[in-house]
Design a protein around this ligand. Structure first.
Ligand SMILES: Cc1ncc(COP(=O)(O)O)c(C=O)c1O
Length: 405
């Protein structure tokens, strides 16, 4: 079978290879502690489920408008106004099949071959691949751990060329776990304001998962009058409401962008699952869900603090304190090229480290290579405290020459 050339630009995911290895061990009955999950370990709040069940029972099983029902788009526009201080109308919103699909359709609708897209590193694995599939060229800008992975305005200014077309902002960040302060975003936005050809794609899917009093801030709200016409605001219900499997994402932006995305999506997926539309309305407008969201946030905050403290107590390990999302992105430079585990073999990079940690200590972590850092690993704290402690005990033992299990 001939496979299209366009797929040659897409990289195989190392993450998937490590996940497959972890699953194979689990199948053999081995007790693997997994820090790989990119999804909440909580269930979707009941009122949201009830709304979908009621819609299904009421026969909401037919095609709907591609961009979503007027009710669901209105609920999203209301939420954006209330929570994000963004004044989008329902016609400036389109609902897609998860945050990933929202971002993909947005990039396909805006990028041309040769367009450069500035992506702060560490980055979510799919950004560079989406950019390449849309014909664009990713340009990576490394955020240093000493600055909590945040870009400086000088770095951003130096990366801009006449071909720069888009800047991707993801705050709170996967995998960095960092969250930009409003002032820091302002400083970056002042740099971009001088270049009218650049649009911003703001991935705000972790906005509600912020810790230690940190607040998230929507890019377009930095200066609504200026940024409205140049910002793509992407979000989803996946992380906030523990709805990863539902596949609900949304994009808000200028009318012409939403019309273009609508055109593309109408030839791809059409609308999302019809009986999920009332669930969107419920998720975003029923106050009962707020308590569930806050309960999850508090649990992530407690686990994140605990994991961060324990990681930093391990010799050779450095970790930026997470202020958002549910990841610790861990610097393991101090563990490379030194004897580890019972075999005392050395690891040269994060992939080798993750493989050894899994095979020897039965702990699954995600190597940072797919995120642009080959000397870091990502640990998700979207798992219970007992698992966190067991996994960290194993890591501690593994790096100090023990079996780790
Ligand atoms: C930064 C970021 N953006 C987008 C997505 C995609 O979200 P969804 O599961 O809704 O497709 C993820 C998922 O992990 C993510 O971490």
């Amino acid at each position: 079978m001939q496979i299209a050339d366009r797929l040659n630009v897409v990289a195989e995911s190392i993450t998937l290879a490590v996940t497959a290895q972890a699953n194979a061990l689990k199948k053999q009955g081995i007790d693997v502690v997994s820090f790989g999950a990119g999804e909440p370990d909580f269930d979707t709040p009941e009122p949201i489920k009830d709304a979908a069940i009621a819609a299904l029972k009421a026969g909401k099983t037919k095609y709907e408008p591609t961009a979503g029902t007027p009710e669901a788009r209105t609920a999203i526009a209301d939420k954006l106004r209330r929570y994000n201080h963004l004044d989008y109308s329902p016609e400036e919103v389109i609902i897609s099949v998860g945050g990933k699909h929202s971002l993909y359709v947005a990039m396909m609708a805006t990028l041309n071959p040769g367009d450069e897209v500035i992506i702060p590193a560490p980055y979510w694995v799919s950004y560079p691949e989406m950019v390449k599939l849309a014909g664009g060229t990713p340009v990576f800008l490394r955020g240093e751990p000493a600055r909590d992975f945040k870009l400086t305005p000088q770095q951003l200014a130096a990366a801009i060329t006449p071909r720069t077309r888009m800047f991707i902002m993801n705050s709170p960040s996967n995998p960095g776990g960092h969250t930009y302060h409003r002032q820091e975003l302002h400083e970056l936005s002042h740099v971009l304001e001088r270049h009218p050809q650049i649009i911003v794609c703001s991935d705000e899917i972790y906005e509600r998962l912020v810790f230690n009093g940190q607040k998230s801030c929507s890019w377009a709200a930095l200066n609504w009058d200026f940024w409205k016409s140049r910002t793509i605001t992407c979000n989803c219900l996946s992380k906030t409401y523990a709805m990863t499997g539902w596949r609900i994402g949304y994009t808000a932006g200028p009318r012409e962008l939403i019309a273009a995305m609508n055109k593309l999506q109408s030839q791809m997926t059409s609308n999302i699952t019809s009986f999920c539309m009332p669930a969107i309305v419920n998720a975003l407008s029923d106050p009962a869900n707020e308590a569930a969201v806050e309960k999850m946030r508090l649990a992530f905050e407690e686990r994140g603090e605990h994991m961060w403290r324990r990681l930093n107590a391990i010799d050779g390990v450095r970790c930026v304190r997470p202020t958002g999302a549910f990841y610790c992105f861990v610097d393991i430079k101090g563990l490379l090229n030194r004897p580890l585990g019972l075999s005392a073999a050395v690891c040269r990079d994060a992939v080798e480290f993750a493989r050894r940690l899994l095979s020897d200590a039965h702990v699954a972590v995600v190597p940072g290579n797919d995120f642009g850092f080959d000397d870091h690993v990502r640990l998700s704290f979207a798992t219970g405290m007992d698992q966190i402690n067991r996994g960290l005990d194993r890591i501690q033992e593994f790096v100090t020459g023990g079996a780790g299990r």
